[in-house]
Design a protein around this ligand. Structure first.
Ligand code: GDP
Length: 835
């Protein structure tokens, strides 16, 4: 634009036209120039300009009325330009034509006066302008015809722009048309001239018109048209509005078992405020973020005139492939074995012994991964998958989540200890799950071992082993000497054969999470035991409330693999969150499906917790508390470093309580304590217990603000004891440990004779030589111990204050890294009173 400005100013094509240069309008710059010229002509002419214009169009006008540019002006400009370029020859021709035309005009006028006067008058009566326009059109038509006859150039039809311009000019003149007949004629002549030079005129127009159209004429008109249309539409809608809307409104609203108020409003396409208001009318004080049950939702939906469509989990999760496998697709799969038994009877030792004896026999280093499960091959070639998480706690909690993973239970009973309480529990669990057992009588290397005693005692619990003519296989083993291990494995293989375990490796994978944790370097990692189908890299899956896309699969030997078939345990990377042990993994087709299902489950779980926990309103809570005087509940939120600990803590907590008091675990998860946890805890008036994890900074602040208590533990027994005490109302508010400071590791140095030394900045509180320290990596406790050294510059010091730098080294530990955090704590005597 600026270019064109410049050109205009300099270009002075219109030099003769003068006005251009001087005028600068606030409107479109381009216009300005030309417009002036026109204007002068146009405005001035009225009285006598026609003549002037006709004679010398370009001369008309330097500086006059720069204001109000209109379409008419633009048109005029065009004409002016055309005129300007007209050749003298053209002019001569034109003059001749003009004369002719004048004559014709006169004639025509006469004719008009005679023949069309009536019409014109009628129109003039209505609106003179229109009348004039019509006249002009007629005139032009005639002229065109004449021109066609007189000069070939003029043969082309008149340009529409010419008429509006004239029309406006005339309009401005008012009804003077008739009176100003001569003037009119002259003007027409002037107008005609450019037309005579059609070709040039056109060229110009094509160039200029673009600008015109862009800047004023067309744009303006379009805008107003659009505005008009919009207005009309609005009017129409207003007029029809009510009825139309009501018709539209009737929707099928899908409602699961519970639904958040705002989502309900959304699904009905109603305003949230209206829905909340309606709920209030029904006596329910809820906010838009709270959930209501499907029955309440139904009332609301009816109130708004919609239809409810109840959906269940199955509807959302339909996409999960639940097709029955054809018998011909089924192939036999390895059995999955869980080892159970009383504490210290040697479960872990046995698992290790089997692993060491059979896994990676030929592999260099023989470093095995503890991923929660491993596979071994017996001498006879059978492959067995062992779950590496001994104990019935894991077994039951997985079963509780619907993951029946175990095919065979190996019941470990120490030959020197015989049947103990947990042995009996294990038997009951196995029986409840309908899983066959094999009895491993362990520690047979011990002199005091008495396998027969074990067999007899088992009888009392309805476990009749083969040696007692029963059907349960029994094997005497020693985890220490390796005695009987092969026999045990063969016994398992035999049992598996009897079970005829089959799966279809060709279908989309289905699996169960054995273990899951948030890995510092790799993000959420889950060990999944594939139960059916084949899990492949790149598969999209949903697992519990999480979903993901398999980024990598790592087997029990730490090798990357492309796929994992039935009964194969693999570590799965690529999750978007940490699932829970026992969660079922399903491969689905699209990310959208996976996300939808995960979100649905997440919401459902949240709703369930909310419904169970926070009730709906404070009033209700209070009422509930009063009603429930007989049984009081202590809600607790648990965060732990690994899934295993979390499960163990939950199990332990569920056992706490009697008729009067009960511990309710609101939520148990893995990883640092977050703001969300604090929010949930606050809502339910629950304390948070962190087992080997810490609250991150925002969570700590939130907890301080909201008065949420966070307790940290590194020994499960302590934790359980405390909760027990709290549940009985005995726990004082004192904190077991006081954190006196935090330091962040900036650099790690190797100092000969000392080992690794952390160059730290004390970020909070104080670092004290005598205090206990913990090493936190991503808010997870990596190590707990004491300091070997605390240095400020070269000197050993007792204390270093916040904001100062210092050197620290741990006693007997040196896996320290930059950006690890050192937590400095002191134990208080108060804690002992709790016990
Ligand atoms: P878990 O609690 O059932 O996992 O039992 P552990 O595997 O931790 O074993 C408890 C104790 O028994 C450990 O001190 C083991 O060394 C010991 N132990 C396990 N198996 C044997 C065995 O076959 N012979 C002997 N003599 N000791 C064993």
């Amino acid at each position: 634009m600026s270019d064109s400005d410049g050109k205009k100013t300099l270009g002075i094509r219109g030099g003769p036209r003068s006005g251009q240069v001087k005028q600068s309008f606030s409107h479109g710059r381009t216009k300005n120039v030309v417009v002036e010229t026109k204007r002068k002509r146009v405005v001035v002419p009225k009285p006598g300009a026609a003549k002037a214009g006709a004679g010398s169009p370009q001369s008309g006008d330097p500086s006059k009325r720069p204001a109000g540019i209109s379409d008419a002006e633009m048109e005029r400009r065009l004409k002016a330009l055309a005129a300007a370029k007209a050749n003298e020859a053209d002019e001569a021709r034109q003059r001749a034509e003009d004369e002719k035309r004048r004559e014709e005009d006169r004639q025509r006028r006469r004719e008009e006066a005679e023949a069309k006067e009536r019409e014109q008058r009628e129109i003039e009566e209505a609106a003179r302008r229109k009348a004039e326009e019509e006249e002009r059109e007629k005139r032009e038509a005639e002229e065109a015809r004449k021109r066609a006859a007189a000069a070939p150039k003029a043969a082309e039809p008149q340009q529409p722009p010419a008429s509006p311009a004239d029309a406006e000019a005339e309009a401005s003149r008012g009804g003077a048309a008739a009176k100003a007949a001569p003037r009119k004629v002259e003007r027409e002549r002037a107008d005609d001239r450019p037309r005579g030079n059609k070709a040039r005129d056109d060229n110009r127009r094509s160039g200029k018109l673009t600008v015109n159209q862009a800047l004023s004429g067309e744009g303006g008109r379009q805008r107003s048209m659009a505005a008009m249309k919009r207005k009309q539409e609005r009017m129409r809608q207003k007029a029809m509005g009510g009825a139309q809307e009501r018709e539209k409104i009737v929707r099928d609203v899908q409602v699961p078992e519970t639904i958040v108020v705002s989502e309900l409003a959304n699904r009905m396409a109603e305003r949230v405020a209206d829905v909340v208001k309606e709920l209030m009318k029904m006596g329910m004080m809820v906010t838009q973020n709270q959930s209501i049950d499907a029955d309440t939702a139904e009332l609301i939906i009816e109130e708004f005139g919609h239809r409810i469509v109840r959906v269940s989990d199955a509807d959302v999760e339909q996409v999960i492939d639940s097709v029955e496998d054809k018998p011909e697709d089924l192939e036999s799969r390895p059995p999955v074995i869980t080892i159970m038994g009383h504490v210290d009877h040697g479960k872990t030792s046995l698992l290790d012994a089997i692993r060491n004896a059979k896994v990676v026999a030929g592999e260099a280093g023989g470093i095995t991964q503890h991923i929660g499960a491993y596979q071994v091959k017996t001498d006879s070639g059978a492959v067995l998958s062992f779950l590496d998480t001994p104990g019935h706690a894991a077994f039951t909690s997985m079963r509780a989540r619907g993951a029946q993973v175990t095919d065979i239970v190996v019941l470990v009973v120490a030959a020197d200890d015989s049947v103990m309480p947990q042995t009996i529990e294990a038997i009951n669990h196995a029986k409840a799950a309908g899983v066959p057992m094999i009895v491993a009588i362990n520690k047979c290397d011990k002199p005091q071992a008495d396998p027969m005693k074990v067999r007899t005692e088992l009888l009392q619990h309805e476990v009749v082993v083969e040696a007692m003519s029963g059907e349960v296989q029994d094997v005497e083993v020693s985890a220490h000497t390796g005695q009987g291990l092969d026999e045990l494995l063969e016994a398992i293989a035999l049992q598996a054969e009897i079970l005829e375990l089959k799966a279809n490796p060709k279908r989309a994978a289905l699996g169960a999470v054995i273990e899951a944790q948030l890995d510092v370097g790799r993000g959420p990692v889950a060990t999944v035991l594939v139960q059916n189908g084949t899990l492949r890299q790149g598969d999209i899956f949903v697992v519990g409330e999480q979903w993901g896309k398999v980024r990598a699969l790592v087997n029990d030997q730490g090798d990357r693999v492309q796929e994992a078939g039935p009964s194969v345990p693999v570590e799965v990377l690529g999750l978007n969150g940490t699932p829970e042990a026992g969660d079922v993994l399903n491969v689905v087709e699209t990310e959208a499906q996976a996300r939808e299902i995960a979100e649905y489950r997440h919401q459902a779980a949240k709703d369930k917790r909310a419904a169970a926990g926070a009730a709906t309103t404070l009033d209700q809570l209070m009422a509930k508390a009063k009603e429930d005087e007989s049984v009081s509940e202590l809600p607790v939120l648990v965060k732990a470093d690994v899934q295993g600990s979390a499960e163990a803590i939950v199990q332990a907590m569920e056992k706490i309580g009697n008729e009067e008091v009960r511990v309710r675990v609101l939520h148990a998860g893995v990883g640092a304590i977050t703001e969300t946890d604090v929010g949930l805890a606050e809502a339910s008036g629950a304390p948070i217990v962190g087992f080997n994890v810490r609250a991150n900074a925002p969570a700590r602040n939130a907890a301080n603000q909201k008065g949420v208590e966070i307790r940290y533990y590194s020994v499960i027994y302590d934790l359980v004891d405390d909760i027990k005490a709290a549940a009985s109302g005995l726990l004082s508010a004192e904190i077991r440990e006081n954190f006196i400071g935090y330091a962040e590791i900036k650099e790690v140095f190797k100092v000969s004779g000392v080992g690794k030394v952390a160059g730290c900045l004390v970020t909070e509180g104080v670092a004290r030589r005598s205090a206990g320290v913990r090493l936190l990596r991503d808010n997870v406790v990596i190590h707990e111990g004491t300091l070997k050294t605390l240095k400020r510059f070269k000197d050993e010091v007792k204390e270093v204050q916040s904001g100062q730098e210092c050197g620290m080294a741990f006693e007997n530990y040196d896996d320290i890294r930059p950006s690890d955090v050192i937590e400095i704590f002191e134990r208080e005597e108060v804690e002992r009173q709790l016990d």
